[in-house]
Design a protein around this ligand. Structure first.
Ligand SMILES: O=P(O)(O)OC[C@H]1O[C@H](OP(=O)(O)OP(=O)(O)O)[C@H](O)[C@@H]1O
Ligand code: HPA
Length: 188
């Protein structure tokens, strides 16, 4: 685990080591297993691209008749700020009607993505919708004048200050998703 690294034009510093990530994901899995012990075929819906690493590790620790499906959304392009427009590149890869859905996100930052997806799943007739994320940025998520009543984020592995993070699925311009630890931009 490098203490600092450079990707293209940006410097990053170690933010969360691998062991802490694994421990946090295991805690989330335990809670979900308790909450869904009686559920019938709950669905883990993974938001591509970023959430595939987190969701893969989480899914392996879920007990019972869980299914997995995917959706691809994007709003950041190659930069470090949300465009504000969430594009649905691939709609949910399975029928959502009547399902108990857990959205798996890598990061809930502005919350634009998770709100867009929640609205889509509601329109598709999901029976229940909860959100699991590897990382939540509470200061960014809960302080949005345009969204005074944000959705609950039900399962949060890790929290961070409002700084751009890469690693464990999260990217800068498509790079850094394969890092096993989290790194925060440190050149601002
Ligand atoms: O809370 P928000 O501000 O909406 O940010 C969170 C979203 O941003 C990233 O997706 P991105 O659009 O970068 O696509 P990617 O998953 O392919 O990296 C990330 O994977 C989340 O889905
Ligand atoms: O901090 C972040 N890192 C990578 N992708 C993101 N998408 C929203 N926030 C982030």
């Amino acid at each position: 685990m490098e203490p600092t690294l450079t990707i293209r034009d940006r410097r990053f510093r170690l933010h969360t080591p691998e062991a802490a990530i694994h421990a946090a994901i295991s805690k989330v899995a335990e809670t979900i297993n308790r909450d869904y012990a009686e559920a019938e075929r709950p669905l883990l819906l993974v938001t591509l691209n970023g959430a595939f690493v987190f969701a893969g590790e989480l899914f392996r620790q879920l007990d019972g008749p869980f299914e997995v499906a995917f959706v691809k959304l994007s709003s950041y392009g190659s930069g470090v700020t949300s465009s504000g427009n969430v594009t649905v590149d691939i709609p949910p890869t399975t029928d959502i009607r009547g399902r108990d859905v857990i959205i798996a996100e890598d990061v809930v930052d502005t919350g634009n993505t998770v709100h867009e997806l929640h609205a889509m799943l509601t329109a598709c007739g999901a029976r229940s919708i909860r959100v699991a994320t590897l990382l939540l940025k509470p200061e960014t998520y809960y302080n949005r004048p345009e969204r005074p009543d944000p959705l609950p984020v039900d399962y949060v592995a890790l929290e961070s200050e409002p700084v751009f993070i890469i690693g464990y699925g999260m990217d800068y311009d498509g790079l850094g998703r394969n890092l096993g630890a989290l790194y925060a931009v440190c050149d601002e």
